[in-house]
Design a protein around this ligand. Structure first.
Ligand code: PMP
Ligand code: GLN
Length: 413
């Protein structure tokens, strides 16, 4: 493996998805995906497209994005960022948000460029930056509070530390709001600080907003691209998998100003070139369906957050009753929970991993039958200790599986 790839051969997903088959836990709250059906109009659209009248919908489509999908994305996002988005030059559809992130990072980061990454972070950012020859510079969100009931808003950046990372070598900062794994929804004030630093130091912002519709009131998702002077330096990422609860469809997108998007096009056209046509058509029709009832209580972008709120509250209660200390998330569909009060109950010595959260999550999956993810995977080598006392629980699961979690935890604790 080329040295610049670092430890890119190790992936928490590869390892923990294999553990899901090996341990056969009674409930899998590990990788982030719903264990129930997407809205019917979404799945029906795909079924109709593949067997319908138009055979070309099963053939290659436009490389940078299927026309009907990019038109709908432009329609959705233009009012949200306060700018008329050109569907053909300012949007790129990729194989999941993953490939959109890859094209954005490989398209802009050059040898020796520094990229500011906020910890904990979705693990692939680090590897993608290194693939591009860039240097990740990490800064950790930390729970700066004395309260015992912590929410994701209590996890904050140190302003001085953040300012000190910006320098003439800084090319980009990666923002993720709502955040995986904390569920933090960055506030207007926090985003303004990042925006001001980007403008002052001529830095790009790559904003990963795949959980944009999963925000719990009174919190609000703010797109950094909509702040003054930010459209021209921001590339925003979205995901059909997260938006419509079809993570296996692997369609995502990036949008931003045409001059920045051309670099993403170069990477994409020489990597995957074009994405699955019938799935893009189905995502386009799904957006049309939701745009026709946009902002109504039935609109999936509204109802999903509502549905998730009840699941969040239930799992938070279950975790507290079992001796965990969860950080209550304001968005997204993950909870990180501090398990240190349970340490005496569990034999961590028999597991061999270097980091304690790997040992805890493995033992916990074997003993309690609940699979979770070790958050140290979302930290740089030097900061992994900050994630070691937590486990990440995914709560976009059937109510019966959340009830089963309660039962398993009661039996175990
Ligand atoms: N960014 C974040 C923060 C994620 O949690 C994920 C996982 N869904 C992705 C990007 C990748 O999304 P996709 O499944 O659309 O590739
Ligand atoms: N984003 C999802 C998670 O955090 C899926 C991860 C992945 O597919 N690599 O669980």
């Amino acid at each position: 493996l080329p040295a610049r790839y670092g430890t890119g051969d190790k992936s928490v997903w590869v390892e923990y998805i294999a553990l899901a088959s090996e341990y056969k836990p009674a409930v899998n709250l590990g990788q982030g995906f719903p264990d129930y059906h997407a809205p019917e109009h979404v799945t029906k659209a795909l079924a109709e497209i593949t067997t319908g009248d138009n055979p070309l919908l099963n053939q290659y489509t436009r490389g940078y994005g299927h026309p009907r999908l990019v038109q709908n994305l432009a329609k959705l996002y233009s009012p949200l960022v306060g700018k008329q988005i050109d569907p053909l030059n300012e949007i790129l559809v990729g194989s999941g948000a993953y490939e959109a992130l890859f094209s954005a990072i490989l398209g802009h980061v050059d040898n020796g460029d520094e990229v500011i990454v906020i910890e904990p972070f979705f693990d692939c950012y680090d590897y993608m930056i290194k693939f591009a020859g860039g240097i990740p510079k990490f800064i950790a969100l930390q729970p700066r509070t004395n309260k015992s009931d912590i929410t994701s808003a209590d996890w904050v950046l140190d302003e001085k530390e953040l300012r000190s990372l910006f320098n003439p070598r800084t090319k980009m900062i990666i923002l993720n709001t709502p955040h995986n794994p904390l569920g933090k929804v960055f506030t207007q004030q926090e985003l303004e600080l990042i925006a001001d630093l980007c403008k002052k130091h001529n830095v790009l912002c790559l904003s990963d907003e795949v959980y944009e519709w999963m925000v719990f009131k009174p919190h609000k998702h703010i797109r950094i691209a909509s702040l003054p002077g930010m459209w021209e330096r921001t590339i925003t990422i979205g995901s059909a998998g997260k938006t419509f609860s079809v993570t296996g469809w692997k369609i995502g997108w990036a949008y931003g100003p045409a001059n920045l998007m051309t670099n993403l096009q170069v990477v994409h056209q020489n990597c995957v070139y074009t994405c699955c046509t019938p799935v893009q058509e189905a995502v386009a029709r799904s957006f049309e369906f939701e745009l026709a009832r946009y902002n109504s209580p039935e609109c999936y972008f509204v109802s999903l957050a509502h549905e998730l709120l009840a699941k969040r509250d239930y799992l938070v209660k279950v975790l507290k009753e079992s001796g965990f200390k969860p950080t209550v998330p304001d968005g997204g569909y993950f909870i990180i929970a501090d398990w240190t009060d349970l340490e005496k109950k569990i034999d961590l010595v028999s597991e061999k991993d270097k980091y304690k959260d790997y040992r805890f999550t493995k033992k916990f999956a074997k003993e309690a039958g609940v699979l979770t993810i070790p958050p140290s995977a979302f930290y740089s080598e030097e900061h992994k200790h900050l994630g070691e006392k937590y486990a990440r629980f995914c709560f976009i699961k059937k109510d019966e599986n959340l009830a089963l979690t309660e039962k398993l935890l009661k039996e175990w604790s």
